[in-house]
Design a protein. Structure first.
Ligand code: XMP
Length: 513
């Protein structure tokens, strides 16, 4: 993608907050990328590079195998902001004095600002910050002056204006640091002199242009799920190439209540060239009697490829396959080796490109989820589609513990639909990252009227999260939970017990399988 937008490169040293740095930069309408600290930077020789941010990280500069940058890196004329480990590394390489420490200081601290120019301009003093450091700086390198200190550390922020090198010992990117966004903004606008022209409008304009040039008169196919990522991808392609795009929507028989019909209606009303394929029977026949979650995922993944290939053939000679891949899926970093990727084999459409010999277009691969939602809004996509919770490729198959039958699917669909409608009507839905019902292979005793019952258990899951990597259970008010439970037990035949899942991730996962 030949776009010469301004670029901030974030060199990742393994901090859990690296992705937050990127989000804070993007919030200022400045494009940035996260790359591992040891990336070959020569590939950015032609980029419109405006600044580097060196992330924090768990290492000590005194460790034998600590992540390092070559001395030559610090000959750059490009501005640098070092955060925590990033600052210490810069100080070490520039000739400062560091003292190793056994203990890591981590948590809230207060900085007193002695010199607010330029980095800390507009930041109140004292200012609450989120501190993190193992080693401490004993003397700053030559040419650096001190901007701020805390009761414990004399050098909490440093500046070398000639070189445009700056550093903070705390984390400006986390919410616990007051005025953190201001500090990042000062670095971007007053030190790197960016213009902040990375906006949703400019993204749409340049991406539509890029798609037109790339696709030309060829045909492009896109697998859609009705979720926000594939829908926004479809919206962009529709704007760029119109009916040269065919969106293929496979019903795997594992969708939620009325989902297949609703997605078809929404896409039709957007004027998108949609090819719906109902392959429910094919999927459910293959899944009959299968209990093991990974086997279910494999069957669903493989069947999806078969069905999709067949549908793609009927579209005829497509050259491109579009995918709704997002930035968090492609960041190569030292920090985000989340457990989900290895614990569960996420199927999505993995394997398709190799088998089908198509060229890939991924118009969203530079964006975070919130940016995709903003894009969807601007493309005037149905707000219901944009706000939808993530839904896994294997669908309800991983929410029915044990084997899958049509009867079980119907019980789960009815319970889930009640749960969702209550969350929506009470305003809870949008506060939650993901909520869904699970059908457990557990029967228990109950009474209905004068009758003893022995029926199914539904578990309710609702989590808050920013990326699905970690999650907390949502504190849904108990009167709402009470109504959901009553309605499910009274209205869904075959359910006499409802439980609410109060596990965090980790150690639990979001899905139950
Ligand atoms: P877990 O359960 O691993 O889920 O905590 C994290 C996020 O990933 C989704 N998920 C999947 N998505 N195929 C998908 O496309 C899968 O096999 C799959 N398993 C989990 C899950 O819904 C949550 O958003």
């Amino acid at each position: 993608m030949a776009r010469q937008h301004e670029l901030i490169l974030i060199l990742d040293f393994g901090s859990q907050y690296t992705q937050l740095i990127a989000r804070r930069v993007r919030e200022q309408n400045v494009y940035c990328e996260i790359v591992p600290y040891n990336t070959d930077l020569s590939k950015y020789a032609d980029a419109n590079l405006k600044g580097y941010i060196l992330s924090g990280g768990p290492s000590s500069v005194f460790d034998d195998d600590s992540p390092m940058l070559p001395d030559s890196f610090f000959e750059t004329k490009t501005p640098i902001l070092g955060i925590c480990y990033g600052l210490q590394l810069m100080a070490l390489k520039m000739g400062g004095k560091l003292v190793a420490s056994e203990n890591r200081e981590y948590g809230p601290a207060v900085i007193n600002i002695s010199d607010e120019d330029i980095l800390l301009k507009g930041v109140s003093s004292p200012n609450n910050v989120w501190m993190s450091h193992g080693d401490s700086l004993d003397a700053p390198p030559n040419g650096f002056r001190t901007l701020a200190s805390t009761a414990d550390i004399p050098f909490a922020a440093l500046a070398n204006d000639d070189r445009k090198f700056y550093g903070v010992q705390f984390h400006p990117e986390v919410n616990h640091t007051d005025n953190g966004a201001k500090i990042i903004k000062n670095f971007l606008f007053d030190i790197c002199h960016v213009s902040g022209d990375w906006t949703t409008e400019s993204f749409i304009e340049s991406t539509v242009q890029m798609l037109k040039e790339t696709i030309g008169d060829e045909k492009v196919i896109l697998g859609i799920s009705g979720g926000v990522d594939s829908t926004v991808t479809a919206g962009l392609l529709q704007k760029a190439v119109g009916d040269k795009m065919t969106a293929i929507f496979v019903n795997n028989g594992l969708l939620r209540k009325n989902e297949y019909e609703e997605v078809i209606d929404s896409y039709k009303s957007m004027g998108i060239n949609l090819k719906p394929v109902d392959a429910s029977e094919q999927f459910l026949t293959k899944l009959a009697g299968v209990v093991d979650p990974e086997k279910k995922r494999k069957i669903i993944g493989n069947t999806f490829i078969e069905v999709f290939e067949e549908a793609a053939k009927s579209v005829g000679d497509a050259t491109f396959l579009a995918q709704g891949t997002l930035y968090p899926d492609v960041i190569e970093s030292v920090s985000f080796k989340g457990p989900s990727a290895t614990i569960k084999s996420h199927h999505n459409v993995g394997g398709l490109p190799e088998e089908m010999n198509l060229k890939i277009v991924e118009p969203l691969r530079e964006l975070f989820k919130d940016e995709v939602r903003a894009l969807g809004k601007m493309l005037e996509i149905d707000p219901l589609l944009i706000g939808r919770h993530p839904f896994p490729g294997p669908g309800l198959a991983v929410r029915i513990l044990g084997d899958i039958t049509v009867d079980k699917l119907n019980v789960l669909r009815d319970a889930d639909a009640i749960y969702m409608s209550e969350l929506k009507s009470t305003g809870q839905y949008d506060k939650i990252w993901q909520a869904f019902a699970i059908l457990l292979p557990v029967q228990s005793v109950g009474v209905m009227g004068d009758e003893r019952t022995y029926e199914n258990t539904i578990a309710l899951r609702a989590v808050t999260s920013t990326d699905g990597m970690t999650a907390d259970w949502a504190r849904i008010p108990d009167d709402i939970l009470a109504r959901i439970s009553n309605r499910i037990i009274n209205e869904v035949k075959g359910v006499n017990r409802v439980c609410y899942d109060i596990s965090t991730k980790p150690p639990a996962t979001i899905e139950w399988e």
